[in-house]
Write a new protein. Sequence first.
Length: 363
Amino acid sequence: MKLRALKLAVCFCGLIYCCVFYFAQEDGSEKLNSHQEGDSPHFRFSAIRSRRITSLQENLDYFLEVRSDWGQNDNVLFKQETDSNEGKNLKEIDDFSRVITLSDIFISVKTSGKFHRTRLQVILDTWFSKARPQTYFFTDTDDQEYQQLTGGHLINTGCSDSHTRHDLTCKMGAEYDAFISSKKRWWCHFDDDNYVNTYQLVKMLLNYDWRDDVYIGRASLNHPFHSVYNGTKVDFWFATGGAGLCISAALAAKMAPWCSNGKFVETSSQLRAPDDCTLGFVINNRLGVKLTQSNLLHSHLELLHELPTKTMNTQVSLSYRINGDPKNRISLTQPFDEARDPTRFISLHCILEPTAHVCKINT
Ligand code: UDP
Ligand code: MN
């Protein structure tokens, strides 16, 4: 009897030993694989995953350090970061879910066929290369050449080609619908005469939570906008579209009754106001959400030449107006002259990204 019990105990210990040995091997081979990946994004991803995160501040510092490459291969970084919650309390886990990368942002740019060669080209030569996967251009014509140059990111909205309220609102409605379909965490709209520093854009959004109702922009008026909606007087704040604006996913979802599937054009015509005012009306007046003002977003309604050169690398968006007062352009004297770089965006880009192709003096 005793002998049988002893045999059983020996078998059981053997089984346990085999299991331990097997799992240890598995663990080892995984490490080896990630090592073999060398410098690939997946290797960096594994390295980040295995790092023990202790506080939100540390997360953010580390995030900014990792993201200092401005988001190359950004879709593999951090996306599944929340899978190891070891060493974090509930508050920290919750805070960590709000951390985003460039790949969590849907960037829509409003343009028109008549601006592809002029304005769109400047964007392609400069900041588009920093945010290719997440940037889409909403236009009014088919254009094979620019369809190719944008990597298939030129969307012909079918809206007409004019600066009228109806046509501009039609494009903004298409931008809204595309954002909702993208299931991203933030929607940021820009005009085709904006320069976007995508690194600073992510940094700005890290101050907010995409699960809250957030509307960030620059008001061009210092008082609420007055209008009439269905016979009733309405007052509201709005972010000027020409400076760029961002809306969280939580807020965008609530805007659907006034914005989705063609309703944005209807809302705008009932309000008799342009697209950016209509966004402000829906958000501020209908939903009661405040505009969060950012002085890092800029349109050419401002005297852009007054912006200090040393702050240029911290701005989120900039703009220009060529055929007007030169005061509507940023004042950079180099590296390119006005003839080569009338918008000043190439000079700005080359200060931020000196190795970019467009910075080679002969291009
Ligand atoms: N735009 C457009 N169709 C037009 C004229 C302008 O889609 O016929 C777009 C343009 O591409 C830009 C925005 O509307 O993104 C604002 O146009 P613009 O900068 O010419 O005028 P602003 O309103 O800034 O004075
Ligand atoms: Mn403009």
